[in-house]
Design a binder for this molecule. Structure first.
Ligand SMILES: *Cc1c(COP(=O)(O)O)cnc(C)c1O
Length: 377
């Protein structure tokens, strides 16, 4: 009974996953209030969230705007791709992981005209190659890519690709789901027109909506192009931009929690402080596991600070499930690997995760490996 209660209170285990993440009790507590959706206070909260997101993106209200969209992160990506790339346009999808490939699935489903540039999961897409593709195919009007590819943990060079896209006067779409709020992303400076993230990643809210920071002029130009009613980005914005009222029922509890999470991000010292904590966590994790002979799949300068894919130690004799169960019983939930060509597991270091957690996790893995060795099975 106690165990169940503890687990329900979030004391059961911490999440070392790329979202949902471990959140603070104060963020969770906000959800105890049932808010009325057409109430002025509530609409003000939505407006305030939108304003703060612009600040985090380092863009002005004059040039950029924010749309909140019900659903998980994928709904946000789908909303953008199916609303801003018209039938007369062509999208270049850059993919070096499952989330890049998901954009292709979205384009297939909605019959969005597209072409794709695939890269190996352990390679960053090359901006010069992208320039070549754009110069060879003048029909391409939009480019979409993932910033932090959560599949592997690799960090793609959006800045350089953004320049290539901007120089050609094309539209740049970025899935920054697992990086926005956890790393500095000067959206305009990097040539990004639409950037997508969600409530339950680096802002440290709970799942329930995604958000899109959009170049206002390009958003307005997309009016009437959407292929879906509920994911129509322009219509969602048009309604929300009047007074903060969402178009359809909004996830009220999630919105309240998110407003609190933004406040706590500010209190932590904003993105500079949070990104430092995440990067420190990440470096410590890789170095501690390195001492145990566990190597990162990416590593080096393209390793992102959010999540790390690790190879199992040489000659290991255990399954992921065994390691997962061992860790979970001792307070931490880890993540299975997702790269296709190697046997790996993943550890995320975002959310309410600190140096002490990373040290503890490394100790637990060490204990687990020792036990496995002694067991001789
Ligand atoms: C989490 C994530 C998404 C969205 O996934 P959902 O399951 O829909 O929330 C998209 N792209 C990346 C890179 C992600 O990390």
């Amino acid at each position: 009974m106690m165990d169940i209660e503890n687990e329900k209170c979030g004391l059961g285990y911490k999440l070392l996953t790329p979202g949902p993440l471990t959140t603070t009790d104060t963020v969770k507590k906000e959800m105890l209030f049932d808010h009325c959706t057409w109430d002025d206070d509530y609409k003000r909260i939505t407006l305030d969230i939108r304003k703060k997101l612009l600040e985090l993106a380092q863009v002005s209200e004059k040039e950029y705007t924010v749309v909140l969209m019900q659903g998980s992160g994928t709904f946000g990506v789908e909303s953008v791709l199916t609303s801003v790339v018209g039938d007369e346009n062509k999208l270049l999808i850059v993919a070096n992981g499952a989330y890049g490939e998901r954009m292709e699935e979205i384009a297939e489903h909605a019959k969005v005209p597209y072409t794709i540039y695939r890269e190996m999961y352990n390679q960053v897409p090359d901006a010069q190659k992208i320039a070549g593709i754009l110069d060879a195919d003048k029909e391409i009007t939009h480019v979409a890519m993932v910033h932090s590819e959560t599949t592997s943990g690799i960090l793609n060079d959006v800045e350089t690709v953004g320049k290539v896209v901007q120089e050609r006067g094309l539209t740049m779409i970025v899935d920054a789901m697992s990086s926005f709020g956890g790393m500095e992303i000067p959206v305009k400076e990097w040539g990004i027109d639409f950037i997508i993230s969600s409530a339950n990643k680096c802002i440290q809210g709970v799942p329930g909506f995604s958000f899109i920071i959009a170049n206002k002029e390009k958003l307005i130009q997309s009016k009437g192009k959407a292929r879906s009613l509920s994911l129509d980005l322009y219509s969602q914005w048009e309604t929300m931009n009047k007074d903060g009222k969402w178009r359809f029922t909004s996830p009220t509890h999630v919105v309240l929690a998110f407003a609190q999470a933004l406040k706590e991000l500010e209190e932590e010292g904003g993105i500079p402080a949070r990104s430092r904590r995440y990067a420190d966590n990440n470096r410590l994790l890789i170095s501690k596991l390195g001492e145990l002979g566990i190597r990162p799949y990416i590593g080096g300068r393209h390793q992102g600070p959010i999540i790390t894919t690790f190879f199992y130690p040489e000659n290991h004799r255990f399954s992921f499930q065994e390691m997962y169960d061992y860790m979970k019983e001792r307070g931490y939930a880890i993540y299975p690997g997702k790269v296709t060509e190697a046997d790996t597991f993943r550890i995320g270091n975002i959310g309410e995760i600190y140096k002490e957690d990373i040290q503890k996790v490394a100790e637990l893995i060490k204990e687990f490996l020792e036990q496995k060795d002694m067991g001789g099975n």
